[in-house]
Ligand binder design. Structure first.
Ligand code: PCA
Length: 203
């Protein structure tokens, strides 16, 4: 039985790659933790809830680590809260753009992460990699998958701890940008994710 589920997202918002997909690919081909199952999710609000629900109910992992891109961030951002809100800044990859809509009708307003978020931030920093404790995962797909995962685990009483980490963009994603924002190398992000997993295992 899997003890660990790690998800990333496909590219969106005009980018050709998504660092979360690249990190998950790298972990799958090189140094995947024992018992880990990985999945790449579509940036599609109609499909993501069902996909993450099925993965969680099938695998019932100890930990569900979800990853996504946050362009413009300089550090790994460990998300503390998922909110019951879709307020999409841009359409998803299927062209949907819900505004001011709940993810789960009559669901709780928000969920806290069930993983040791502060220990995760400390562990990533101790590995020499910039990390922040971030209050909210936003109101787009990353928040949606986080909220649904926490909701499924709470309502179906799964043993799974859920954690979401936003990743900076990759250097290549900024290379053609006349005013490039902060980026982080893939190796550095992967090392940060390993540090986060170690912290979850030991706390
Ligand atoms: N980032 C988006 C959705 C997919 C991704 O990688 C977000 O921050 O919501």
């Amino acid at each position: 039985m899997a003890t660990l589920l790690i998800t990333g997202f496909e590219p969106f918002g005009g980018f050709a790659v998504n660092p979360s997909q690249e990190v998950v690919k790298r972990l799958s081909s090189n140094g995947k933790p024992a018992g880990a199952v990985t999945a790449i999710l579509p940036v599609d609000a109609a499909r993501v809830p069902g996909m993450i629900t099925d993965l969680l109910l099938d695998l019932q992992p100890d930990l569900c680590l979800m990853l996504g891109q946050a362009n413009g961030y300089a550090a790994l951002s460990v998300e503390r809260v998922a909110i019951n809100l879709c307020d999409f800044r841009i359409p998803d990859n299927a062209g949907m753009q819900p505004i001011d809509e709940p993810i789960v009708q009559d669901g709780p307003v928000a969920y806290f992460s069930t993983a040791p978020v502060r220990a995760v931030v400390d562990a990533i920093r101790t590995a020499g990699i910039p990390a922040n404790l971030s209050l909210s995962a936003g109101a787009y797909l990353c928040n949606m998958v986080y909220y649904v995962a926490l909701h499924v685990c709470a309502t179906r009483r799964l043993p799974t701890r859920c954690l979401f980490i936003h990743l900076p963009s990759l250097p290549a994603q900024s290379s053609a940008d006349p005013r490039p924002g902060p980026t982080m190398a893939l190796e550095t992000m992967c090392a940060g994710v390993h540090a986060a997993l170690d912290a979850c295992r030991s706390v």
